[in-house]
Design a protein around this ligand. Structure first.
Ligand code: FMN
Length: 479
């Protein structure tokens, strides 16, 4: 694992997975290049000499869209299968023991400090990523740090951030997100919420920032546990919030109650492939200090229209979380859990060894309850038998097509929490903030009461295959 973004980029470069791009324009060109390269599942990109900016003010994108990037960032062996990755991550998180961050007096993040009147967010070459974005988004690969005013623990989460003017940022955090809850607690007391936003840092921190780590568990402690050493942090000079000492770019300040200041945020090209949430008044941060390293690197993680996967190619964030929750709930027989679809959130597949009537439905119902919050999350929940690899969507579809009679195998249950980013919210629902979606449960397991009479699968046995492979070795060496 790495101490900062630079070490990660060096590791990617050593594997031939990083390209340098010089002279691109922050205004749509960088976003378009990123889109084209991610469509080709191409390498990570490091932009320098951005139009209108001094050399050295760089932007890194497309770092986690390929499996090597994801495995490097998370310290996973490069030869693991996709389902192994999910299983290993689940087991690591199960054995979690907190390792809190260590406060250090100084760090590279303080190499340059612009305070109060000198704060100028436009010093950073934040791109306008997509054609209809409402402005320049400095925060796409961001971690936003807040402290709970009552409980004192520190959270960080990824919520997009738009520049409003030299000293003001607007940030969009959905209902129920930890920063949303924390900032509302400050505002209820009439106080501004202290906030620090990092726009480039070790990618392990970023990955954790996007995962549903439970309320009360600081992501810093999880990062320390995974790295096997505490994350070194400096204290923000205005807020006292812990900031990664090796962060690239950090804005720190205060978010006033929205009735004192809020600004139009969006539209923004979102991960479902639309500009669904349009533009709304959202909370802001008045920036007191802008910190950045020499030759800072802005990390960009802008969404691209599906089927391009702009997030983890292996869905550890959702799949391992769901798998763990099902086991914690005492469910037996779960063989594997995987998540497919845009953002790796929408189609959850659970493979199980059926033990009793209703087993598959019970798992699907629990999964529907556990997977909530993000737009469209867990909209489709498919249960399959244990001979189906849940990470292989073709196999899953084979089971859906051949083991699920639509008349009895599909149930639609309305009323689950989604988010304002859900493209299927009607204008009326959006207006009255009815952020709910139905979920579809597809039971693609053989019906329990006659599963023993299910027709045999047309596939040579492992023994036959091994014998044929050994006997015709020349052939199988060639094909
Ligand atoms: C690339 C990326 C961008 C995201 N952007 C947002 C966002 O703008 N707003 C939001 O509420 N959630 C966003 N999320 C989801 C949250 O980061 C995620 O739910 C995370 O768990 C939130 O942290 P929290 O649980 O500490 O609130 C994003 C996730 C990813 C992977």
């Amino acid at each position: 694992m790495f101490d900062d973004l630079r070490q990660f980029l060096a590791a990617l470069e050593a594997r031939g997975k990083l390209e340098q791009v010089r002279g691109a324009d922050w205004d749509l060109e960088i976003g378009t290049i990123n889109e084209l390269v991610s469509e080709k599942q191409g390498p990570g990109l490091l932009f320098d000499e951005v139009k209108g900016y001094p050399p050295g003010f760089r932007i890194a994108t497309n770092l986690l869209h390929h499996k090597i990037g994801q495995k490097l960032a998370l310290g996973l062996a490069e030869d693991m299968t996709d389902l192994e990755v999910v299983r290993v991550w689940k087991d690591w998180m199960k054995q979690y023991r907190p390792l809190p961050p260590k406060v250090v007096p100084d760090g590279p993040v303080f190499e340059n400090i612009l305070s109060d009147q000198d704060v100028d967010l436009f010093k950073i070459p934040a791109p306008k990523w997509h054609m209809h974005d409402g402005g320049r988004y400095i925060g796409t690969g961001v971690i936003t740090i807040t402290r709970d005013p009552d409980e004192g623990w520190v959270n960080f989460g990824t919520y997009r951030v738009m520049i409003q003017d030299e000293k003001t940022l607007a940030f969009y955090a959905s209902p129920g997100k930890h920063a949303t809850i924390m900032r509302e607690k400050y505002w209820a007391k009439g106080e501004p919420c202290p906030v620090a936003m990092c726009f480039g840092q070790d990618l392990l921190l970023f990955c954790l920032s996007t995962m549903p780590i439970p309320w009360g568990t600081p992501e810093y402690d999880v990062a320390g546990y995974l790295r096997k050493k505490p994350v070194e942090v400096v204290e923000g000079k205005a807020t006292g919030l812990p900031i990664p000492a090796t962060a690239e770019i950090v804005a720190e300040g205060f978010s006033p109650p929205p009735d004192q200041d809020s600004r139009p945020e969006g539209p923004f090209g979102e991960w479902q492939g639309y500009y669904a949430s349009g533009s709304r008044q959202e909370p802001v941060v008045h920036v007191k200090n802008l910190y950045f390293r020499n030759d800072p690197i802005l990390f960009g993680q802008p969404p691209v229209k599906p089927p391009v996967n702009t997030w983890f190619p292996i869905p550890i964030h959702t799949a391992s979380y769901l798998w763990d929750r099902l086991e914690e709930a005492g469910m037996m027989g779960v063989q594997g859990v995987y998540v497919h679809g845009p953002g790796n959130r929408i189609i959850a597949v659970i493979s199980l060894k059926q033990r009793y009537p209703g087993h598959a439905r019970q798992l699907a119902t629990l999964a529907g309850a556990f997977l909530q919050g993000g737009a469209c999350t867990g909209r489709y929940i498919i249960t399959v038998d244990d001979d189906i690899d849940p990470s292989n969507l073709d196999e899953v579809l084979w089971a859906v097509c051949t083991r699920a009679d639509p008349e009895t195998a599909i149930s639609i249950v309305p009323g689950f929490l989604t988010s304002p980013l859900d493209p299927m919210l009607s204008p009326e629902h959006r207006q009255r903030k009815q952020f709910t979606t139905a979920k579809v449960f597809v039971d693609a397991c053989w019906p329990y009461h006659w599963k023993d009479k299910a027709p045999p699968v047309n596939r040579a046995s492992d023994e036959l295959r091994q014998k044929a492979t050994a006997k015709f070795k020349d052939l199988f060496d060639r094909v």
